[in-house]
Ligand binder design. Structure first.
Ligand code: ATP
Ligand SMILES: Nc1ccn([C@@H]2O[C@H](COP(=O)(O)O)[C@@H](O)[C@H]2O)c(=O)n1
Length: 219
């Protein structure tokens, strides 16, 4: 019986981490953890709590009332399902106030590490290969051009009926999030497999990754 492994994935905003690795996890029977949902849900809680985002102490204090869970693949904030809400534009507008705060990252990293209790997990984010799961069996860094990412997000927002869907605003938002993510430590580590999917259909990326996981399971 092949042994399931731990897969850690980092990558730039909108590069396709969720769509690609959710599909991989479903096809091979792995648990899928999207750590970005936690940061988005926490940012929503800060918005709903009407805190002053320039006041770090208020953001840190909000951790005390932050209860996050995933049920049937959907994110829940303090018992309320928030899957579509946390993809709205105001989340991205405020998230860069939240993600650089060490106390917030420490809280999230502890929770994200505890979710992976052995083989059979795929965890995605910005600091998974570097901080959360540095000993993962397979590390992947997913990237695409800014143009490709903006185009995809624009089309995705249209499909989801997200309000105020503007291509240039999306492109600038991606550039700003990249800038903050790199400041927060996003990088391709030496032992990570770089996949640039700018011109690779998602299904081909899914198949490439599954082949690699199967190879490593058999070792
Ligand atoms: N290889 C690909 N070719 C074309 N479109 C893709 C590819 N991979 C993903 N997409 C599409 O790009 C969009 C963004 O993908 P996704 O939301 O999975 O990115 P992400 O990295 O998880 O984003 P975020 O960092 O904001 O959470 C989705 O519409 C997805 O279907
Ligand atoms: N491990 C992580 C995951 C995410 N972030 C920040 O949260 C933002 C939202 O994440 P998405 O994957 O849904 O885009 C993201 O832009 C990062 O700034 C993080 O810092 N660490």
């Amino acid at each position: 019986m092949n042994k399931k492994i731990i897969v850690a994935v980092d990558g730039t905003a909108g590069s396709g981490k969720t769509a690609t690795f959710n599909a991989v996890a479903q096809k091979i029977g792995y648990e899928f953890i999207d750590t970005g949902l936690m940061y988005r849900a926490f940012t929503l809680l800060c918005i709903e709590s009407k805190i002053d985002f320039s006041n770090k102490e208020q953001i840190i204090d909000t951790l005390n009332i932050f209860d996050f869970s995933v049920k049937n693949g959907k994110p829940y904030l303090n018992g309320k399902e928030v899957e579509k809400r946390i993809q709205e534009n105001d989340i991205v507008e405020f998230i860069n106030y939240v993600t650089p705060i060490p106390e917030v990252r420490k809280f999230m990293i502890k929770a994200q590490r505890a979710m992976v209790t052995g083989g059979g997990y795929i965890e995605i984010g910005r600091d998974i290969t570097t901080v959360v799961l540095p000993d993962a069996d397979l590390k992947i860094y997913l990237d695409s051009s800014v143009e490709a990412r903006a185009e995809r997000r624009f089309k995705q927002n249209k499909r989801l009926g997200i309000k105020n869907n503007n291509f240039e605003e999306i492109k600038n938002s991606i550039i700003n999030r990249d800038e903050q993510d790199f400041k927060n430590g996003l990088k391709k580590v030496e032992d990570a497999w770089l996949i640039d999917n700018s011109n690779i259909p998602i299904q081909d990326v899914v198949n490439m990754v599954i082949d690699k996981i199967k190879e490593l399971e058999g070792k």
